[in-house]
Design a protein around this ligand. Structure first.
Ligand SMILES: Nc1ncnc2c1ncn2[C@@H]1O[C@H](COP(=O)(O)OP(=O)(O)O)[C@@H](O)[C@H]1O
Ligand SMILES: [Mg+2]
Length: 728
């Protein structure tokens, strides 16, 4: 591991990072100016030290006042010139740094948009973020100081060596030059390890950021399960790794500097001893001796500055490498590669598709389906059955492991994803609105849409009148307009429609809305979908009764398909789901609900109460839960049975190790907690609302009161409960 990293860092130091260099090179004109300017500065600096020799040998010792004045005048002019140049060069250079760093940031950001979805699935967004923020910040900080800590001292070293040649007999000059590399032996040994340590430190920073990202994104779940300690422990572990690596990287970095400084002092002492002896023997003039000591001293100082800058150079090199790695990641080649996708003429289809986000765990298994052009096709099925995954494949966010997605019979891999997706309009359950005006939010669907196009789309989404009623109309920032869930969805629909898509893709587009808004928006979608192919994913069957075709998914397989009527007649999966949902009616505002007695018959524990079901139905009371809320907690005493009217919940069970494991998801029409109707037993799993939920609940007291009046039913109910217990 360390071996590989050492090599990696050495690579950066010897072989330039091509991608970053390419980006920075676009700004090279100014840089071409900075180098000669810095060289001039170093030369003037050299003149300063050389002047001691002339001052002493030509003016002070011979007592020549005119020479003294002339030398001092030249000296003053050189100092003023060097200072002026340095000020100007600093300004020019810092401006270059600002542009170069902006170019690197922009390159990373652009490239990040073009990375395939799978890159983020594998690395998380913290990966790109840390490269964009902390790595570029390292590069920036280093670049700002680079002229003064690297370029200038390096040039000063060259000038100083030239001066040695001028001042000393050649054999001594050569010795004086060759002795310096000795001072660099220490750093050479330590520097590669320091570089590797810096790279590891940054990897640990990314890991820490990843932990934080994940925890912040999941804060509701963390609250719901009270995972503070577990999450804190993970963060602390990542923090521990980071601290250890920081300490190691810091130790090695300072060691690089320390070893250099010590070696330089040793070299200095040796050189001064030799030169002092020469001057004593009168083989060196007094002026030359003093000039030599000054040159040697400033040469040593330049090398110390270089050594001091080594740690930040090493750290910046590690950062540059990380940025380079990201820029080297192949972009989603499918985006622009391939033919332009044609408008759909016949159908969009999945042909024997097997697909898993993790190839070892397929979520779609040999699924085949056909969506005819112009049809309104619904994809239904339990939560987690793979509905959204079908859409991910149709839009080619992912690619199947087996089989193909076909547009008019042709594998969509032939087409560029850009042109393919341009034919589609998407509306998801939670629509993201950006902090921009209403108009710009709609225009995101097609950036070259005119104001008239935006307005037409808003009309089709039936939100135009509302928008014009806003204080600044289409220019109102979405943050200033208080939008209801329905209005947000309508803006998202307008965004999808502004590209006049041949295919309208709806993923639970109305699932989060109350029934009135849901019905209204579904009607809008029907009108907007005329002349288009519409693919609507939903777990709520009431909204798709009149679909041209309903595809029923279960565990990643298409198990049934047909119209609503045909599927009911089939009396299979769909009919069962339908009966469970249809027996429950929700009030228009979504706050209350009622269950029909026939619906209760579907539950084996309630069924024995036959004659009493009408009364039992009236005993159900509504209960709401916000997304993230724990509805029942494992281990708590339970005294209620739940029917899910609307919403999605997850069922999790804590393992003996304390780790929660997701058992499954339940949604509209599903039930849980029936055993609590008979006995006061602790809940055997935790149920958490994933979306805002509405339940109908029945208490044990109410159930037992009715059971009292139906003595023959009691034995049946007990038998069902025993069977349930044995089964679970
Ligand atoms: N990005 C993802 N990475 C890994 N697994 C995923 C991802 N998205 C969904 N899954 C899993 O794939 C399965 C099908 O999910 P999905 O297609 O979203 O179902 P549905 O839309 O029917 O609720 C689920 O088990 C889900 O946990
Ligand atoms: Mg889904």
């Amino acid at each position: 591991m360390t071996e590989r990293l050492t090599r990696a860092v050495r690579d950066v130091l010897t072989r330039p990072p091509r991608h970053v260099a390419g980006v920075v090179a676009r700004e090279r004109a100014i840089l071409a100016l900075v180098v000669p300017l810095a060289f001039l500065e170093a030369a003037l600096d050299g003149m300063l030290t050389l002047s001691y020799r002339f001052l002493i040998d030509r003016a002070i010792v011979p007592g020549d006042r005119r020479a003294l004045v002339a030398i001092l005048a030249v000296l003053a002019a050189a100092v003023a010139g060097a200072a002026g140049l340095a000020l100007w060069r600093d300004r020019v250079y810092v401006r270059w740094v600002a542009r170069a760093v902006a170019a690197v940031r922009s390159a990373i950001f652009d490239h990040a948009q073009r990375l395939p979805v799978s890159y983020y699935a594998a690395h998380g967004s913290g990966d790109v973020r840390s490269r964009l923020s902390s790595d570029v910040a390292w590069l920036e900080a280093w670049l700002v100081g680079a002229v003064n800590t690297l370029l200038l001292p390096a040039l000063s070293v060259l000038v100083g060596m030239a001066l040695l040649v001028y001042l000393l007999p050649w054999q001594m000059a050569v010795a004086g030059i060759l002795i310096w590399p000795l001072a660099l032996i220490g750093p050479r040994i330590v520097a590669p390890r320091a570089g590797a340590a810096a790279y590891e430190q940054k990897a640990a920073e990314t890991a820490l950021l990843g932990e934080a990202d994940e925890a912040l994104a999941a804060h509701r779940v963390i609250k719901a399960y009270e995972l503070f300690d577990a999450v804190g422990a993970r963060f602390d572990a990542a923090l521990g790794t980071l601290s250890a690596r920081l300490a190691r990287a810091g130790r090695l970095a300072t060691l690089v500097e320390r070893t250099t400084v010590i070696s330089i002092y040793l070299v200095q002492v040796a050189a001064i001893a030799v030169a002092g002896d020469l001057a004593y023997e009168r083989q060196l003039s007094l002026g030359a001796f003093i000039a030599f000591i000054t040159v040697f001293w400033s040469l040593g100082w330049s090398i110390v500055v270089l050594a001091r800058s080594a740690p930040s150079l090493v750290a910046a090199a590690a950062s540059v490498r990380r940025v380079d790695e990201l820029l080297a990641e192949p972009a989603d080649s499918a985006e622009t590669g391939g033919d332009a996708a044609p408008a759909i003429r016949d159908s969009l289809a999945l042909d024997g598709v097997t697909f898993g986000y993790d190839p070892g765990r397929p979520v779609l298994r040999d699924a085949s389906l056909r969506i005819p052009r112009g049809a309104y096709v619904a994809i239904v099925g339990p939560s987690g059955s793979g509905k959204s995954s079908v859409l991910n494949l149709l839009a080619r966010f992912y690619e199947p492991q087996q089989g193909a997605v076909r547009l008019d019979g042709a594998d969509i891999r032939r087409y560029s994803t850009r042109t393919l997706r341009a034919r589609m309009g998407f509306v998801f359950q939670d629509s993201v609105l950006f902090s921009a005006s209403v108009r710009d939010n709609v225009r995101l669907g097609r950036l070259d849409a005119t104001d008239a196009d935006v307005e037409a789309a808003a009309r089709a989404a039936e939100i135009h009148d509302f928008v014009t009623s806003l204080p600044r109309g289409y220019d109102t920032p979405v943050s200033a307009a208080t939008l209801s869930g329905g209005q947000r969805q309508r803006l998202a629909i307008a965004r999808a429609l502004v590209r006049d898509p041949a295919v309208l893709v709806l993923d639970e587009a109305t699932a989060a809305l109350d029934p009135v808004a849901e019905a209204a928006i579904n009607a809008t979608l029907r009108r907007a979908g005329r002349g288009r192919t519409t693919i609507a994913v939903t777990h709520r069957l009431g909204t798709v009764v009149d679909a041209d075709l309903i595809l029923v998914l279960r565990d990643g397989r298409i198990v049934e398909q047909g119209t609503h009527g045909a599927l009911l007649a089939l009396d299979g999966e769909y009919a069962g789901m339908w009966r469970r949902q249809e027996g429950i009616t929700v009030s228009g505002d979504g706050n209350t609900a009622q269950v029909r007695p026939q619906r209760l018959e579907l539950n084996p524990m309630l069924r024995p109460l036959a004659g009493q079901l009408g009364t039992l139905a009236t005993r159900f009371v509504a209960r709401r839960a916000a997304a993230g809320e724990v509805v029942v907690r494992q281990g708590d005493p339970g005294d209620r049975f739940y029917l899910i009217v609307r919403g999605v919940v997850t069922v999790t069970r804590e393992q003996p190790t304390g780790q929660p494991v997701e058992l499954g998801r339940l949604a509209d029409g599903d039930e849980f907690g029936e055993l609590a109707l008979l006995r006061d037993a602790p809940r055997n799993a935790t149920v958490t609302a994933r979306t805002d939920c509405l339940f109908l609940t029945l208490s044990r007291a109410d159930f037992l009161a009715l059971l009292e009046q139906a003595p023959d039913a009691r034995a049946h109910v007990e038998a069902v409960a025993r069977a349930r217990l044995a089964g679970s």
